[in-house]
Every structure is written in structure tokens, then in C-alpha cells.
Design a protein around this ligand. Structure first.
Ligand code: MG
Length: 384
């Protein structure tokens, strides 16, 4: 049976609406419409060929940005439903949260940020917003996907004050230090729960980390102990899977129980009261916050900085930087539409404008397309 939504949940009736007003949908809620527009977007389809940690062609079984986004949505929906909040909205935010990611994960983002240093910088959160607000081009009535304020607010997890000042109503919460909806807060933490746990799973699959390394962490070893007692005869592989499942379950349970306590203490009677809080209401207990931080630190030290992963990220850095500098020096080396847009932006705004068009083009690439274009450029320069 469907539970009624809490009076502080986001609903279509308390929504701040869309930038371009539209008639309400017949058979869907406004947030279902947001989710559907995201799923039908080109940027969403490209997530399947974008790296989470391992480059797409390294193996078929590793997470990609697409499967990561689906896992985030699944975890976020469980939490949201248990708390009587809006599942449609949290699903839309979760599926859209990584749309602005460059090829090659964080290495690509860091490279593009360095390239854009003199032209306003590059930040994947802002880029996700740019994708849904401007870059998706499929509706005659408006640019982008014209999502609700609440979906856009959820996509923009963080943002500098300088950028917030350029974003009108959407930037206000960073200036006033207010909070987004509870659904946005949940999508944000579900993202962390998903990547910490699936990166451990992928790390084990790759052989770059081992169960014996993981037992250094109390959280992991406690869950492993319980698993061993429950299933003394299972293989190491099954053990690892069971521990990861248990860790996700424990994190989700703690998050729900702690957040419900925060809400009960405040007794919010409206979404505005949630927004005006000084700190997020969705959060872990101290013990689990610590466990989550330890997982993050372990992954940084043992997986993200592993020499094999570093080799890949160094290559990615080189590819993204070369693509950016080549296209910025000669717009015509991009496809016609992008070249025209870059020339126009250069005339109207200057180099900041054209660099942004080049960054949009490079950021939109999948891993394999970026590799292909880079190979093409190398061949061209050899033949010259
Ligand atoms: Mg993510």
C-alpha cells in the first residue's frame, strides 16, 4: 500500500515550477515527467560509455556511469520510500546527477578544469545542470529539458559563491546557506553509498585490492565476521559479495534511522522549514559517518591511486588536454555545428565563450569516442 507523503516532502503542488511554464501532464506527476525526459536524453545514453573508475573498454563487468546512476536511484528510492518522501523526484535527481561528467571520470574532469582555468573553470555539477538546462536540444518550445526547480536544485549539489551569484533563484541557497529538499539530500548521500561500495566490488574484481587489505577497516571486518558466522562454508567471492550487500544495508538503515530522529527533533511542517535548516537533516550517525569516511580513504589510497589506475588516469589527462587545446586553437576541427557555435561565441563573448563551447564538446564525449578522436588527431599530425 502506498503511504501518504510527509507534509515536508516535495510535491508537484509545492514545486517552484519550470523555467518555461507548461500544462501539467495527464497521467504522470511533474517529477515523473522530469525523470522521463532525463531517460530519453542523449546525455543519459552516453553514460553507458563513460568511466566510473575503470575505462569502459577494460572489461564488460565494471560499473559505468550509467549503471552507477541506476544503483544510486535504487538506493535513493528505498530511503525515500521508507521516509514518506517523493520517490519520483529522487529518481529523477539520481539519474541526472552525473550527466555532466567528462570522459574518463575524475581524471577527465580535473584535466578539463585545468584547461578551463583562465576561462571560468569546469565543474561537473554545474555541467550536469548545463546539460539539462541548455545542451540537450530536442524540444521546440524551450532549450534543454525544462526540468522542475526541484530536480535542477538536486542536480546542483555544490557550487562556489561566485557561480551561485550567476544562477538566480537556483543559486540562492548557497548564498543564504539554506538546504535543498530532503529528496536532493538523499540522492547526494545515496551517490556516496553507491560508489564506495561498488568501487570496492570492482576493485576486488580487478584484483587491485584484496579482501585481506579490506579487513584493516573495522566496518568491513565486522560485517565479514557476521557473514562468516552465518555462512561458514561459502567461497571468498561470495563472502565479498555478501559483505558488500551487508555494508550497503547497514549504511542505508543507519541513514534512515538517524535522519528520522533529526526530523522528529525538528518537527518540520513544510518543505520551507526543511530548506531553512542550517545543516542537512539527512545524515549518518557518528559511527557510520566514520565508517563511510574510512571506506572513502581506503579507496583513495588503495584503488584510485593504484599505479595501474594512475597510468590510465595520466593517459586520460593527456587525451582530454590535447583534445581541448587542439579544438580551441582551430574550431574547424570540431564537427560543423560546434565549430559554428564556437566562432559565434568568440565573436559575442570572446575566448571565454568559445572555450566553453569546446569544453561542452569534449565533456560530452564518451571514453571510446574521445580515444577515437585523439587517435585521429595523432594520425593527422603524423601525415602533415
Ligand atoms: Mg555519482
Amino acid at each position: 500500500m502506498l503511504k501518504a507523503l510527509a507534509n515536508y516532502a516535495a510535491t508537484p503542488s509545492n514545486s517552484r515550477g519550470r523555467l518555461y511554464p507548461e500544462a501539467p501532464p495527464d497521467y504522470r506527476t511533474e517529477f515523473q515527467r522530469d525523470r522521463d525526459r532525463i531517460i530519453h536524453s542523449a546525455a543519459f545514453r552516453r553514460l553507458v560509455y563513460k568511466t566510473q573508475v575503470f575505462v569502459n573498454h577494460e572489461g564488460d563487468l565494471y560499473r559505468t556511469r550509467l549503471t552507477h546512476s541506476l544503483e544510486v536511484a535504487q538506493i535513493a528510492r528505498t530511503i525515500t520510500r521508507a521516509m514518506g518522501l517523493n520517490e519520483d523526484l529522487v529518481e529523477a535527481i539520481s539519474l541526472a546527477h552525473d550527466l555532466g561528467h567528462t570522459p574518463f571520470g575524475h581524471a577527465g574532469q580535473n584535466a578539463l578544469n585545468e584547461c578551463m582555468r583562465d576561462f571560468g573553470g569546469f565543474e561537473h555539477n554545474l555541467q550536469s545542470l548545463r546539460v539539462v538546462d541548455q545542451l540537450e536540444d530536442r524540444y521546440p518550445e524551450f532549450p534543454g529539458l525544462n526540468l522542475t526547480f526541484e530536480a535542477r536544485e538536486g542536480i546542483l549539489k555544490h557550487c562556489s559563491l561566485a557561480n551561485a551569484r550567476q544562477l538566480g533563484e537556483l543559486g540562492q541557497r548557497f548564498i543564504k546557506r539554506h538546504q535543498p529538499t530532503l529528496e536532493a539530500q538523499i540522492a547526494n548521500i545515496a551517490d556516496q553509498i553507491a560508489y564506495n561500495n561498488h568501487d570496492i566490488d570492482d576493485g576486488l574484481r580487478s584484483g587491485l585490492i584484496k579482501i585481506s587489505d579490506l579487513t584493516e577497516m573495522r566496518f568491513f571486518s565486522d560485517e565479514l565476521q557476521i557473514t562468516k558466522q552465518k555462512y561458514p562454508k561459502i567461497s571468498e567471492r561470495h563472502q565479498a559479495k555478501a559483505v558488500i550487500r551487508r555494508m550497503i544495508g547497514s549504511l542505508v538503515t543507519d541513514l534512515i534511522e538517524t535522519s528520522v530522529c533529526h526530523i522528529q527533533a525538528l518537527e518540520p511542517d513544510s518543505i520551507d522549514m526543511v530548506r531553512q535548516c542550517k545543516s542537512p537533516l539527512i545524515g549518518f550517525s557518528d559511527t557510520f559517518l566514520e565508517a563511510q569516511k574510512t571506506l572513502q580513504l581506503f579507496l583513495r589510497e588503495n584503488l584510485y591511486n593504484h599505479p595501474k589506475v594512475r597510468k590510465m588516469t595520466d593517459q586520460a589527462h593527456e587525451i582530454v588536454s590535447t583534445l581541448f587545446s587542439t579544438f580551441l586553437a582551430d574550431y574547424k576541427r570540431m564537427p560543423h555545428e560546434h565549430a559554428i557555435n564556437a566562432s559565434r561565441a568568440h565573436q559575442e563573448i570572446g575566448l571565454n565563450g568559445s572555450a566553453r563551447i569546446v569544453a561542452d564538446y569534449v565533456a560530452g564525449m564518451t571514453d571510446r569516442f574521445a580515444l577515437q578522436v585523439h587517435e585521429g588527431l595523432k594520425k593527422q599530425s603524423k601525415n602533415q
